[in-house]
Design a protein around this ligand. Structure first.
Ligand SMILES: [Zn+2]
Length: 502
């Protein structure tokens, strides 16, 4: 057991025998940053939810990208990126008089990046990122198999839903977090196999219930008390949840009543030797959050099916991954970003189907490259050895890319969501806009066409936002009032309920 002071925040952190053995096995020096500072540094390299209109630097086509139009790097539409009609630029050869990060950064700035991360098969769903198989969707992030939905994050097989985070195999859900097999749920969290409910938490197999905590296989309950079917519907009507004022009253009552119960997830399920939160089917998974099917892992967040890995954020099917953000189908990849279906890589960004590369950016189907330059196997092995020795001298080897080198401004990255830096005060919005208090109290009779004409000022973020037609039609159909804050503010509020290291 060794105690160290974090080089970034100066807090103490420990490296125990298991950690030490792991670092020795993958041949890296002990980390100098504590686990939280390492996570923050990695997250600066992932912009999941901030999208911009811009042009493809190869074809000139208009597109929606997670890279700003004024980002100081070339950005290609993913279709153009995967074509074989261009060659990635290469750094002449490693200069032992300069630092590695300086040379990597120069290469990074001229290497074409993909316009966003897409799993493909997007039908009428351009506004999505780190997502795939979406149909008629808008603002979908880190999700797969979604239909007719908006503003979802970390969802899988979800239909006809809005404002949900961490929801799987569900339909007609609104403002739900950590829900599985849900149908027609509103303002529910941490529930399984439940339907036609609002404001329920830690319930399973529950239907037609309101304001309930920890129920199993119950129906027609309000505040955990049973009701007859008629009495239930009578009371439900009296709560008037389709109006803004009725909903605010309900939220206040629910917060007050539910605060008597512990907010304790029981979702370390089928795990052996696991610590963290939101874990399923894991063995030897320590300090992991929102993960499933991990074996021998530590400090993983939002990952599935990983083995023998440390310090991973997002995706999965990775073995021997270390200090890696956005990993998928990878083996023995360290200090890398968005490196997919690749093996034996270090310090790479945006590489697909590669092996044995060091310090490379934007390569597809290549091997034995250093700073994008091609070498023979023997030359590669010799040079990487010498570069690493030099990097150990300068203290670079073992450190993830500095946050400042990311192609995303900190404020666009996921680091801002979880480790917010103080932002400049948002200037008062320009032009004409309305206050959210001018929205109708009830969707009944609301004029959708009229509402979508105007910008509204979000009372939480101070920024202007607009409502989408599809969104207002959803509120009308499901009888919920129009929310009085922007998508971003709603997202950040829900995000607090998702398992994440404290
Ligand atoms: Zn720290």
């Amino acid at each position: 057991m060794e105690n160290r002071a974090c080089k970034n925040c100066q807090q103490n952190f420990t490296i125990d025998e298991v950690d030490a053995a792991y670092y020795k096995k993958i041949d890296v020096p002990f980390p100098t940053f504590c686990p939280r500072c390492r996570l923050q540094r990695r997250l600066a390299w992932r912009n999941e939810r901030n999208l911009f209109k811009r042009k493809c630097d190869k074809t000139g086509r208009d597109m929606i990208s997670n890279l700003r139009p004024d980002a100081n790097i070339p950005v290609y539409h993913v279709d153009a990126w995967f074509k074989d009609d261009w060659t990635a630029p290469a750094w002449p050869s490693f200069d032992f008089n300069k630092t590695f990060f300086e040379q990597f950064s120069n290469l990074h700035r001229v290497s074409p990046h993909m316009h966003k991360a897409t799993g493909g098969n997007e039908v009428n769903s351009e506004y999505m990122n780190h997502a795939g198989n979406c149909k008629n969707c808008y603002f979908i992030f880190n999700s797969e198999y979604i239909e007719d939905s908006m503003y979802l994050k970390f969802c899988d097989h979800v239909k006809d839903s809005l404002d949900c985070t961490n929801v799987i195999k569900s339909e007609l859900c609104y403002e739900c977090v950590n829900v599985e097999h849900g149908y027609n749920l509103q303002f529910c969290d941490d529930c399984k196999s439940s339907r036609d409910c609002a404001f329920i938490r830690f319930c399973r197999g529950t239907s037609n219930s309101l304001f309930c905590y920890g129920l199993e296989q119950k129906e027609y309950h309000i505040f955990n008390e049973p009701h007859s079917k008629d009495s239930y519907y009578e009371q439900l009507k009296a709560w008037n949840l389709s109006s803004w004022s009725g909903l605010q009253h309900a939220i206040t009552q629910w917060n007050e009543w539910s605060s008597q119960f512990p907010f304790k997830r029981e979702i370390i399920l089928n795990c052996e030797n696991a610590t963290g939160d939101g874990l399923y089917n894991c063995r030897n998974a320590l300090d992991c959050y929102n993960c499933s099917e991990l074996h021998d892992c530590r400090y993983l967040v939002n990952a599935v099916r990983c083995k023998d890995s440390y310090d991973l954020f997002a995706y999965g099917e990775t073995e021997l991954g270390y200090e890696f953000v956005t990993a998928f189908k990878s083996y023995n990849v360290k200090f890398s970003v968005y490196t997919i279906n690749s093996s034996d890589m270090e310090y790479c960004d945006s590489c697909y189907n590669c092996n044995h590369c060091f310090g490379c950016v934007g390569l597809n189907r290549r091997s034995y490259c250093i700073l994008n330059k091609q070498y023979s196997k023997e030359e590669y092995e010799d040079l990487v050895k010498r570069i690493k020795a030099k990097m150990r001298e300068t203290g670079e080897y073992g450190e993830f890319f500095p946050a400042e080198l990311s192609c995303f401004p900190y404020g666009d990255s996921m680091a801002q969501d979880y480790f917010p830096k103080e932002e400049k005060v948002t200037p008062p919005p320009q032009g004409t806009f309305r206050e959210v208090s001018e929205l109708p109290d009830d969707m009944k009779g609301a004029d959708i066409e009229e509402i979508i004409q105007h910008s509204y000022r979000c009372p939480e973020t101070g920024k202007l936002f607009r409502f989408q037609k599809q969104e207002l039609e959803f509120y009308k159909k499901t009888n919920v009032p129009i929310p009085r804050m922007s998508f971003e503010a709603r997202y950040l509020r829900r995000n607090k309920l998702v398992p994440f290291p404290a």
